[in-house]
Design a protein around this ligand. Structure first.
Ligand code: URP
Ligand code: ZN
Ligand code: ZN
Length: 469
């Protein structure tokens, strides 16, 4: 199958020009002006952007969490991703207590079997080095293309690890070339504050945010940075929300340390006002770290503009409001943490980041596609539009207006964080390795089209010619 995309405005992290793209099979084989080649399918992309498929390095599909399971499985979550212009994501395998890493990976792969709509990789979330996986086993994961280890410094009594586990994992990463990812909040302190709030009868959703203050995020971020430096491991701080965490990351990066940070779409748009909404509406905005005061919106825009933060992900971890979030109707600590977002990232960041004059179009591509691909061993196969790269392409109409709504989304959640937001600019057509995925508002490929991608080790180049699926 060959495709010729004509006259599109090709936008990468570095370039912005009008040209034709010729795809032969799964990869881009030619880019040039007025290409004179025969193709099975010709698409006129005049007046449209041709973007690399976005890469989301932070998602949770089909994940047991908070006494329930996320509402989006691999099929519904990846369908939402495809409609949002994301063609590759990296999901978290969660090691169960007492479980080996091999067995955890097997479980996650089984859940994805036959359901994949886009390409995907896995991070390994380490939860137990006492009775489950060993350090030796952890060291073997990068050979299988699982080249990042995630540790939760919060969720005491569930996913949280102590500093010993954190540091030992960092030492392994320093040896194996894996990237260490941390959810940086001080879980011990949060646990004290949550119990104090409940004892005082404070049960509403807003107390989720009030018991997870920015200082708890700042402290854990600082600790993780110093420990990673000590261990000699590269560090990636997920879902950064506030100045208290941005500042130490910026400082470490200024000093040339191997530290990177990510924020997520929702932290630019939601605040304490949302989680304080009456009639349990605030529960829709219960995720961790929590929404912050609005002053942090500018902190985050500035951080992504200056590269203090290098990635915008979604942390898609969808639940329904009715039925799942309501598990915490009488106790905020029982509200499952997380929200949907896979379908909205590109549209929201294009509207309020690019059209809002906060970041350039190139920078948007870098934050949503190129940097995640580079940091997580997928580049240049993913994350750019170049000869030899996978033909994961998004044709984006920068003029089409639409309104974001749960009524039209593909996630199974019954709400949307950005309900009613009007945006100009829409994903029109999506290709995954040369196959048409989304066209005319429909998913035109069948589940199963997506593949597991073996990722390169941190900093190791993945040659488009040699990368194995
Ligand atoms: O609330 C969130 N973010 N849920 C997903 C798990 C995590 O902490 O990333
Ligand atoms: Zn987290
Ligand atoms: Zn997450």
């Amino acid at each position: 199958m060959s495709v010729l995309i004509k006259n599109g405005r090709i936008v990468t992290a570095a370039d912005d020009y009008v040209a034709d793209v010729f795809v032969d099979g799964e990869r881009i084989s030619l880019i040039g002006a007025s290409l004179d080649v025969a193709a099975d399918k010709v698409v006129d992309a005049s007046g449209r952007y041709v973007l690399p498929g976005c890469v989301d390095p932070h998602t949770h599909l089909d994940m047991p969490f908070g006494g329930t399971v996320t509402i989006d499985d691999v099929e519904s979550g990846q369908t939402a991703a495809a409609f949002g212009g994301t063609t590759c994501h990296v999901d978290f395998v969660i090691q169960g207590k007492g479980q080996s890493f091999a067995s955890a990976l097997e479980d996650w792969r089984a859940k994805a079997e036959g359901k994949q709509v886009i390409d995907m990789g896995y991070h390994m979330a380490v939860t137990d080095l006492e009775s489950g996986g060993t350090l030796e086993e952890l060291a073997t994961l990068p050979d299988q293309g699982v080249t990042s280890y995630k540790l939760f410094m919060a969720y005491k009594g569930a996913l949280m690890v102590d500093d010993e586990t954190l540091f030992k994992t960092m030492e392994v990463a320093a040896e194996t070339g894996a990237l260490v990812m941390v959810h940086a909040e001080n879980g011990d302190v949060i646990d004290v504050l949550v119990r104090q709030a409940l004892a005082a009868g404070n049960t509403e959703p807003v107390y989720h945010a009030l018991t997870r203050p920015p200082e708890a995020e700042g402290e854990a971020t600082n600790r993780a940075i110093q420990l990673a430096r000590l261990a000699g491991a590269p560090l990636y701080v997920v879902h950064v929300t506030c100045k208290q965490a941005v500042d130490p990351i910026a400082l470490a990066r200024d000093d040339g340390w191997n530290v990177w940070g990510e924020t997520c779409t929702q932290y630019f748009f939601k605040s304490l006002d949302d989680i304080a909404l009456p009639n349990f509406e605030g529960a829709k905005y219960v995720y961790s770290p929590p929404v912050r005061d609005k002053a942090n919106w500018d902190v985050l825009w500035n951080a992504v503009r200056t590269d203090a933060l290098s990635v915008i992900s979604t942390d898609h971890c969808a639940f329904t409001w009715q039925g799942q979030k309501t598990m915490g109707a009488d106790d905020f600590s029982k509200i499952p943490n997380g929200g949907p977002g896979l379908e909205d990232r590109l549209h929201m960041i294009h509207e309020f980041g690019v059209r809002g004059g906060r970041i350039s179009l190139n920078r948007m591509v870098e934050l949503l596609a190129t940097n995640p691909a580079k940091l997580f061993g997928l580049y240049p196969r993913k994350g750019t539009v170049a000869v030899g790269s996978d033909a994961d392409l998004v044709i984006f109409d920068p003029e089409r207006r639409h309104t974001i709504s749960a009524a039209t989304q593909h996630s199974r959640s019954d709400y949307n964080l950005y309900e009613g937001t009007e945006v100009t600019g829409a994903v029109e057509t999506v290709f995954l390795r040369g196959q048409t995925l989304v066209e005319g508002g429909e998913l035109v490929a069948k589940p199963g089209v997506g593949q597991f991608v073996r990722r390169a080790r941190f900093g190791e180049l993945l040659s488009p010619a040699t990368a194995a699926v």
